[in-house]
Design a protein around this ligand. Structure first.
Ligand code: F6P
Length: 548
């Protein structure tokens, strides 16, 4: 029998954390470190090739103990098991949440609605591997007999951000004789610029859409088909044959795929128990596999799986995603932090913050609990970031000396994939320096000791006491990327569990979509339309029509 979970603010650990925060808030990290020579040792953790130093957070042993209690009282352990058991934890869509099955190795059984989903997962992976081998080797010929050299992924949200992030992250391992492009925006510029220097005879389009109805993706997909057919100079009778060689689909919706004109033999399927933002390991990762090959893709899945197992098996006090998620809750709900900065010190991870924005904010940007009650506490923070060191010369000023508390994750790698002089040591020195500067700052005494003029002293003081996590891995390999992404996925789950919200639906995106559908004919009609919006929207539409 499961014990009902009280609302968050009535859980005993919540009140205890509120009282405890009053004790911790005035304490400076300088003192916490000075009083405890073993602090760095105790507040570090390593698993799945990721080393997390969370000692520069505004925490004590008591804080972590209480946060773990909060997780226990929120039913986190049971929720983790429920997810892995394939229960319909996405209640508002009545779906299981089983992205963990996508990266489970052969031989394991995982069930959704009584059926073992693993045979199908591996069947799709094998079909992807087969296509990847044929395309990468040049066996897959285009309509004119030329090999495929260009791959354009058309998708948006989870059907774009994971693939483009992974492609960029793993570019080092990619097939350099091929070109990969990603088109997401319905702004025609995106498509036009992506294909302007490509030969249609050598170009394969992946139409990636879970639903195969998304306006942006279908608009771009139609443009791609027209570009392809025109470029290949095929007439209506040859169109279907040409499309079969230059288009593949990734979707859950076979009916819409064939309606579009893509033969379902060229369709790579996944199921509705994979959320869009959790789908980069599904067939949605086809572009990644084409770029890095099947073996490297499977290494990436192994990295995900290692973190899945760690998350499922490890006690919460030594559990990486649990601790990272709980620290997000700590700052959001007890320090009023509105945002979290994620700064990868790796150029290859330049799209990682954008990817994380969908993962975190589409998941935890919710204001009602699973049973529909409006929350009376803060939920998901705004996630943002840029690769270091670029951010340091831009917005880090505000993190160091502004009035807002912004916890940051600094991500670095011990080895570079591009050894060049002392670049990498310089890069990594900045990771450590930023974490140190944020935590310890620079006191008035130190500023004065440098002979600073009185009037300038206040400007040069760094208050410090600004929290950070440092995440270190040995090298940016496919395995390391998988472990890192899974770490954040599960951290999101932990936060959502504590907040009692559904991290797996996204109803908040629907209203704008519906309104856009209503407005499209008002923009395109020849005759002046009757407008029944508010006065502002009416005026904007009229002005646009007059100006266009
Ligand atoms: O609009 C939001 C969303 O539904 C995301 O959750 C999803 O990743 C994206 O649109 C794309 O959806 P689809 O893969 O069905 O085209």
């Amino acid at each position: 029998m499961t014990i009902p979970i009280p609302p968050l603010v009535q859980r005993p650990a919540w009140a205890a954390l509120q009282a405890h925060q009053k004790k911790i808030a005035p304490m400076h990290l300088r003192k916490l470190f000075a009083d405890d020579p073993n602090r760095a040792e105790r507040f570090t953790l390593a698993s799945c090739g990721i080393y997390l130093d969370y000692s520069k957070n505004r925490i004590s042993d008591e804080t972590m103990g209480l946060l773990v209690q909060l997780a226990e009282q929120s039913g986190l352990r049971e929720r983790i098991q429920a997810m892995f058991r394939g229960e319909h934890i996405n209640v508002s869509e009545n779906r299981a949440v089983m992205h963990v099955a996508l990266r489970a190795p052969r031989g394991i059984s995982m069930f959704v609605d009584g059926a073992n989903v693993m045979p199908q997962v591996h069947e799709v992976l094998d079909k992807m591997s087969d296509a990847a081998t044929r395309i990468r080797s040049g066996d897959w010929k285009g309509h004119t007999g030329k090999r495929i050299r260009n791959v354009v992924n058309i998708g948006i949200g989870g059907s774009d951000l994971g693939p483009v992030m992974a492609y960029e992250a793993l570019k080092h391992y990619s097939e350099r004789s091929m070109t990969f492009r990603f088109v997401s925006n319905v702004d025609a510029t995106d498509f036009s610029e992506a294909v302007r220097d490509l030969d249609p005879a050598e170009t394969l389009f992946i139409i990636a859409s879970k639903t195969f109805t998304t306006l942006e993706t279908m608009t771009n997909a139609r443009a791609a088909r027209a570009w392809s057919v025109q470029g290949l100079k095929v007439d209506a009778s040859g169109e279907q044959g040409a499309v079969a060689k230059h288009f593949v689909a990734v979707s859950t919706n076979a009916a819409e795929v064939s309606k579009f004109g893509i033969d379902v033999t060229n369709m790579f399927e996944f199921r509705d128990w994979v959320g869009g933002r959790y789908s980069m390991d599904s067939a949605i990762g086809l572009s990644t596999m084409l770029a890095i090959g099947s073996d490297a893709f499977r290494d990436m899945l192994a990295g995900f799986h290692a973190m899945d197992e760690h998350f499922r098996e490890t006690p919460l006090e030594r559990n990486l995603p649990a601790l990272m998620g709980l620290l997000c809750v700590w700052y959001a709900d007890f320090f009023g932090a509105q945002t979290v900065g994620v700064m990868p010190y790796s150029q290859y991870l330049k799209r990682f913050p954008a990817y994380l924005q969908q993962l975190t904010m589409e998941s935890n940007g919710k204001h009602v609990t699973l049973d529909g009650r409006t929350v009376d506490y803060e939920t998901g923070a705004v996630f943002w970031g840029e690769p270091g060191t670029n951010g340091q010369h831009s917005f880090y000023q505000l993190i160091h000396q502004g009035t807002k508390l912004i916890p940051v994750d600094l991500i670095g790698f011990a080895k570079t994939l591009n050894p060049l002089g002392d670049h990498h040591d310089i890069l990594m020195s900045n990771v450590f320096a930023q974490a140190e500067a944020l935590a310890f700052g620079k006191s008035e005494k130190e500023v004065r000791a440098e002979g600073t003029a009185d009037a300038v002293v206040p400007h040069r003081i760094f208050e410090g006491n600004r929290p950070s996590n440092v995440l270190l891995a040995e090298e940016l390999t496919p395995h390391a990327l998988g472990a890192l992404v899974a770490l954040y996925e599960h951290s999101v789950f932990v936060q959502g569990t504590v907040w009692g919200i559904n991290s797996f639906d996204q109803w908040g995106v629907e209203l704008g979509k519906a309104l856009a559908q209503r407005i499209i004919p008002e923009l395109t009609s020849e005759a002046e339309p009757e407008l029944a919006h508010d006065s502002s929207t009416n005026a904007l539409i009229r002005r646009y029509r007059a100006m266009k």
